[in-house]
Write a protein that binds this ligand. Structure first.
Ligand code: PAF
Length: 273
């Protein structure tokens, strides 16, 4: 695998290819990312990953500075997973001037759930993804379902701007106990790590209750309360329509989504049902 740090080198290296398949990441990779890389390999004539910790998608009090930078270990894992090319620009390369132009996603989708609790987050994500797409010009881009709302927002951006990219969804990878893999799991203490799987249990129980006919809002309130009693600070646990994340009508495909803080670490997860 080759690693390039500049846009010029990236473009030069990709000039030989017609169908790049792309996995954008912020690094500190785990099996979830590597599964996306393996998925990407099925779709293109060259597999490209990027590593860039995108300042624009962090709120001032969030973990931009603490976010683990593990470039060499990440590059080794990407190479072993069969990635062909790593684009790892520094901030000056990707944002040579203050990024005054931004992509504003539809607030109906991007202003709720994660967008409500992390205002500006999806503007930051869309802006960097749009820019990375311009750099890599992928035919296919793979995003994980672990960040379910992000996947829908990116699909919406690609559709609305008629971007010539096929967005492929990668399944969430889980640890043996069911915890969704996430770079932020690394922040958890041993005791928190043992507790962390309770978020996915709470979502499963919420989905089962709604499926069994419990009123949605009551089931959501019970799920929030159950986590609170275990010491979590939940932002939301909710059941939504799978495509637009609005409250679902009977019979529509559903997804249970949750975000909650365990100690200092904010975790998210979801379950389609
Ligand atoms: O999911 C992520 O890691 C990031 O939000 C992304 C898509 C790489 C944009 O910075």
């Amino acid at each position: 695998m080759e690693t390039v740090h500049t846009l010029a080198a990236l473009r030069e290296r990709l000039s030989r290819h017609r169908r790049p398949a792309f996995v954008p990441t912020m690094g500190n990779l785990h099996e979830g990312h590597l599964a996306l890389v393996r998925e990407a390999r099925r779709h293109g004539d060259v597999t490209v990953a990027s590593i860039f910790v995108n300042r624009l998608q962090f709120l001032p009090h969030e973990d931009f500075d603490a976010y683990p930078r593990t470039l060499q270990a990440d590059a080794d894992q990407l190479a072993a997973a069969g990635c062909d090319l790593l684009f790892a620009p520094n901030e000056r390369e990707l944002y040579p001037e203050p990024q005054a132009w931004t992509v504003q996603p539809d607030p109906a989708l991007a202003g709720i759930l994660e967008g409500e609790f992390r205002p500006g987050f999806f503007t930051g994500v869309c802006t960097v993804v749009m820019k990375l797409f311009q750099c890599v010009q992928p035919a296919v881009a793979v995003f994980g379902k672990k960040d379910y709302q992000q996947l829908l927002v990116i699909q919406g951006m690609v559709r609305q701007f008629a971007m010539p990219v096929q967005v492929v969804a990668g399944e969430t990878q889980r640890a043996a106990d069911g915890l969704a893999l996430s770079s932020r799991n690394g922040y958890l203490s041993a005791a928190e790590r043992a507790e962390a799987v309770q978020l996915s249990f709470a979502l499963r129980q919420l989905a089962q209750r709604v499926q069994a006919g419990a009123p949605r809002e009551e089931a959501e309130a019970a799920a929030v309360q159950a986590l609170r009693e275990r010491g979590w600070q939940p932002d939301y646990l909710t059941v939504r329509h799978r495509q637009d994340l609005l409250p679902p009508a009977p019979g529509q495909p559903r997804v249970a989504l949750g975000a909650a803080r365990l100690g200092a670490t904010r975790l998210i997860d979801n379950l389609e049902f």
